[in-house]
Design a protein around this ligand. Structure first.
Ligand code: NDP
Ligand code: MG
Length: 376
């Protein structure tokens, strides 16, 4: 069980919920890191008294240093500062930064043999083979925070093999049942209104395009060493079953819970123990549990991600980077909803994929994809 925690991305949706769980469990915080939100970082620093706070933005870091000059909290800046926070005196690092920016700090934490409570799925999408191999080499545990992967992890606990399929569930997002033509003119306000979960803006848009499920498909492949054809996406609009595992004897084990990220966050910190949490158990008389096939014509991002999963090499890093940039453009009202997919395909067609890529080649593919999408 974890005792001293480092929270990377502490000002975000997962970050703030992580701090609530840390407080509930009475654990201590050794470091905090975020992009630029120093107003909240200052509050968090005074509340949790970490020894280090890292801010990616250099100017914001300078300002925070002045604000915290009456405390013992040290302030670091830039990627170097975030990496320092990832490798400080904690035993567990919660990776709650958004996007591929989480990759290098996560690798730094792995090399320090820490438990990784992994929320930042983009890290595994970009460089899953390298990340998992490095974690194996250093003996760093990776415990998933993403609710579906936490569910799969829990369903696999104590099983003696015989895994047949992973049933990865998806709520379907705010546009479930709509056709591609009907999605042509949807606005960001509609896309940002998720029916079941309250999350950061980027992942909320990914949930509307189903790219989030595509990223999770690749994440599951790496975390559980599963071949893509053994992962099946299932739409389950109520988000009560967080995923299931099917075994060769025909048994299926599911993990259920209310849609509240504090539950998988806590499990990643207390594993293998279970402690009282801030979340109630679901009441199964409240709603029926239903399941549907995903509509890959209306939500082609999911189809593309499933193809990319089979392709390997740098394709997933390209897809992920292009998607991050395209989601940004959509959030700035510069492209339409369906154009997110078009940008991703454009990048996949125009950035050369490298097989068995090393970290530098992955980062280079990521940069090329971003430039292409920004320029086009
Ligand atoms: P948010 O956008 O709410 O938060 C992102 C956090 O990352 C903020 O603290 C932000 O700081 C920080 N950040 C951004 N860029 C940098 C950087 N370059 N260096 C350091 N910190 C940075 O995202 P979410 O909490 O929703 O998601 C975080 C991760 O967890 C994502 O990978 C997402 O896919 C995953 N996840 C989220 C779920 C959810 O329910 N929200 C569920 C499952 C997975 P600042 O505020 O200063 O910009
Ligand atoms: Mg998820």
């Amino acid at each position: 069980m974890s005792e001293r925690i480092s929270v990377l991305g502490s000002t975000g949706s997962i970050g703030t919920q992580s701090l609530a769980v840390i407080k509930h469990l009475g654990l201590s915080v050794s470091s905090l890191a975020a992009g630029s939100n120093i107003r909240l970082l200052e509050e968090q620093a005074r509340d949790f008294k970490p020894s280090l706070v890292a801010v990616f933005d250099e100017n914001a870091a300078r300002e925070l240093k002045t604000k915290l000059s009456d405390t013992f909290v040290r302030v670091a800046s830039g990627l170097e500062g975030i990496v320092e926070a990832a490798g400080d005196g904690s035993d567990t690092v919660i990776t709650a930064m958004s996007g591929a920016a989480g990759l290098i700090p996560t690798m730094a934490a792995i090399e320090k043999k820490k438990r990784i409570a992994l929320a930042n799925k983009e890290t595994l999408v970009c460089a899953g083979s390298i990340v998992m191999a490095t974690a194996g080499k250093y003996g760093a545990e990776i415990i998933p925070v993403d609710s579906e992967h936490s569910a799969i992890f829990q369903c696999l606990n104590g099983q003696g093999g015989g895994l047949s399929r992973i049933l990865l569930t998806a709520s379907g997002g705010p546009f479930l049942g709509k056709s591609r033509a009907e999605l042509q003119n949807v606005r960001k306000e509609d896309a940002l209104r998720h029916p079941n979960w309250s999350m950061g803006r980027k992942i909320t848009i990914d949930s509307a395009t189903l790219m989030n499920k595509g990223l999770e498909y690749i994440e599951a492949m790496h975390l559980f060493g599963a071949a893509p054809e053994r992962i099946k996406v299932l739409i389950h609009p109520q988000s009560v079953i967080h995923s299931m595992v099917e075994f060769t004897d025909g048994s299926v084990i599911a993990q259920c819970g209310l849609p509240d990220m504090k539950l998988p966050i806590q499990y990643a910190l207390t594993y293998p123990k279970r402690l009282r949490s801030l979340t109630e158990a679901p009441d199964f008389t409240k709603s029926a549990l239903t399941f549907l096939e995903p509509d890959l014509n209306a939500f082609p991002c999911l189809k593309t991600a499933m193809e990319v999963a089979k392709r390997g090499g740098t394709a997933a890093a390209v897809m992920n980077a292009a998607n991050e940039e395209a989601v940004n453009l959509f959030l700035q009202d510069r492209i339409g909803f369906n154009e997110i997919y078009e940008k991703v395909v454009f990048a996949l067609e125009n950035v050369k994929s490298v097989k068995d890529a090393n970290l530098e080649e992955i980062l280079s593919a990521d940069r090329q994809a971003r430039e292409l999408v920004r320029k086009a």
